[in-house]
Design a protein around this ligand. Structure first.
Ligand code: AMP
Length: 312
């Protein structure tokens, strides 16, 4: 953390990247860090770049910058374990790259890395960084809202293992900056009638396997048919969790304009990150992502997951 702070001090331009298809934690870490840096070093140029998320749009807006902004700049990549998942590949144009992440490491990219899987969210790491150097850094309400959002989304509203005394202490510190928990909950809980209908469709098409695996599929045509966004479609993974007798669940998503099938795997029993690694993915022990290149791979993935459940 000392070395990261020294690097930040040494650069005039700092560009903060996250991962593709960003979630609440990615936004929380990106915009939380931007807020700290903007308020602590008003003369530096600080940008946040990458794909956008409608779901957490209230947290902040991405900057659009030209390639030459990267000349002599520092890039900080948050919440991203796999180099190919970094959103906006221009981080490579920066003079130096720092990785800050809480996922099980996959690619050791970057000139400087702070990776700690004990943190249940990357936003908590950024807030912790702020706390560590509190006398030298500043944080405003907007940054606190960003990081609180990151913490609540990645911990499933403080429900997942990994939530600690420190998580609550940090959440308390963010509240002291003026965060309105009800406002954030309202933003995160918005739901359209189309999404409600889509949930009905998913519930009716759940598949179970004899070995304790439960899953559902979102087809390419579903997005138009049900008028839901890709983000809303992907969020359906949470519907399949906690069903008695099914410790592992997954949502398979055919995103439009690609042949790849994204898999979101979750567990409240065995660790599933190794299976995810086998199918071009990774993440956390109980929450990972993977990719299938064809539906022909599905029976193999099912078999591997059933094996994992059996050996747990
Ligand atoms: P997701 O199902 O996309 O929310 O992913 C669950 C967790 O695994 C998240 O923390 C992701 O950042 C991570 N993850 C998703 N896809 C991959 C991948 N291909 N490789 C490594 N980590 C991933």
């Amino acid at each position: 953390m000392e070395r990261i702070l020294n690097k930040i001090k040494a650069y005039e331009t700092i560009i903060i990247h996250g991962h593709k298809r960003p979630d609440g934690d990615c936004y929380g870490a990106q915009f939380g860090l931007k807020d700290i840096l903007v308020n602590s070093f008003p003369n530096k140029r600080i940008y946040v770049v990458g794909e956008t998320s409608q779901f957490v749009d209230f947290v902040g807006k991405m900057d659009t910058i030209a390639d030459d902004v990267y000349n002599g700049a520092l890039a900080i990549v948050v919440d991203t374990a796999v180099e190919s998942r970094i959103s906006d590949p221009r981080y490579k144009l920066a003079k130096e790259v720092i990785k800050i992440d809480h996922h099980i490491p996959v690619d050791n990219y970057g000139d400087l890395r702070w990776v700690d899987t004990n943190f249940p969210s990357c936003a908590q790491m950024i807030a912790y960084f702020y706390l560590r150097f509190k006398d030298k850094l500043s944080l405003s309400k907007a940054g606190a809202i960003a990081m609180y959002t990151g913490i609540v989304t990645d911990t499933g509203r403080f429900r997942f293992r990994g939530v600690s005394q420190l998580t609550h202490q940090i959440a308390g510190m963010l509240l002291s900056k003026g965060v309105d928990v009800e406002y954030i909950d309202q933003q995160l809980s918005k739901e359209s009638l189309d999404v409600l209908r889509f949930k009905g469709h998913i519930y009716q098409n759940i598949v179970t396997t004899p070995g304790g695996f439960i899953y559902a599929i979102v087809k390419q045509e579903d997005f138009d048919k049900f008028n839901v966004t890709t983000e809303e479609g992907a969020a359906m993974v949470s519907l399949l969790g906690g069903i008695e007798g099914y410790p592992v669940w997954a949502l398979f998503i055919e995103y439009p304009n690609t042949d790849e099938i994204r898999v979101r795997i979750r567990s409240n029993g065995p660790n599933i990150d190794k299976v995810a690694n086998k199918y071009r993915g990774g993440g956390h022990a109980k929450a990972s992502g993977a990719t299938l290149y064809s539906w022909d791979e599905l029976p193999f993935l099912i078999k591997d997951i059933e094996e994992t459940i059996k050996n747990a």
